[in-house]
Design a protein around this ligand. Sequence first.
Ligand code: SAM
Ligand code: 2KA
Ligand code: SF4
Ligand code: MG
Length: 225
Amino acid sequence: MHKNYKVNELFQTIQGEGFYTGIPAIFVRLQGCDVGCAWCDTKHTWEVDPVKQTELNQLTDRSNESERWSGVNAQQIIDEIKRLGYTANLVVITGGEPCMYDLRELTHLLHEFGFHTQIETSGTYPVLVDSLSWVTVSPKINMRAKKEVLLTALERANEIKHPVGTEKDIEQLDALLRPVKSIKEKTICLQPISQKAKATTLCMKTCIERNWRLSVQVHKYLDID
Ligand SMILES: C[S@@+](CC[C@H](N)C(=O)[O-])C[C@H]1O[C@@H](n2cnc3c(N)ncnc32)[C@H](O)[C@@H]1O
Ligand SMILES: Nc1nc2[nH]cc(C(=O)O)c2c(=O)[nH]1
Ligand code: SF4
Ligand SMILES: [Mg+2]
């Protein structure tokens, strides 16, 4: 198998966001993102610096965020999960932007080993995943993203989780959702950008009006990974 995935970190925690909030989860964070959200909370994953390459077993010490990454294949990720003795049933593949990678091999293998998988993606790249994966699209309106790519990702999404700072973000979401045919089948979450009271109040108010779901990044309140 090719060493086709660049892993930034591998850790076990509680899913703090969206539909699976509260569920034990193993996080596979992949290195690389060129979307450039100003408020991104994982900026250390943006660059793939060849000098920062390391071994996979060096990435599980989470004392501080780092730009280090390890090039591995799907089987090596499973082997490392087993070596670490992780017990969670859900594997969340995030980043960086995980859909810069073809995730079919990794998600397929994880399913063969009995895991459930969730992908956290911006919708900026084609979503190449196993049909059983739960796909969470957190849409980013970006010059680089082709409209059809984002629309296809939104149709595939099981969940749409929108980061919200101001009213404008809600208006932008409404415009994005308008052409999505399968919208009634999806969970829609509003996620305040950080823990600012203003953003959280706006999200709560809009969720109540629309019967959407609030996602407050529980791990940040608990100060856990
Ligand atoms: C770090 S991103 C990685 C996955 C992918 N690049 C994406 O944007 O969906 C994971 C999730 O965190 C959200 N996020 C990033 N920074 C945030 C912040 N400061 N406040 C709230 N949500 C944030 C993103 O919108 C996304 O839903
Ligand atoms: N606990 C926890 N839950 C999360 N849900 C999505 C995360 C992410 O960074 O993609 C994340 C994360 O970094 N930690
Ligand atoms: S797409 Fe995701 S990882 Fe990339 S900058 Fe935006 S929030 Fe951060
Ligand atoms: Mg995070």
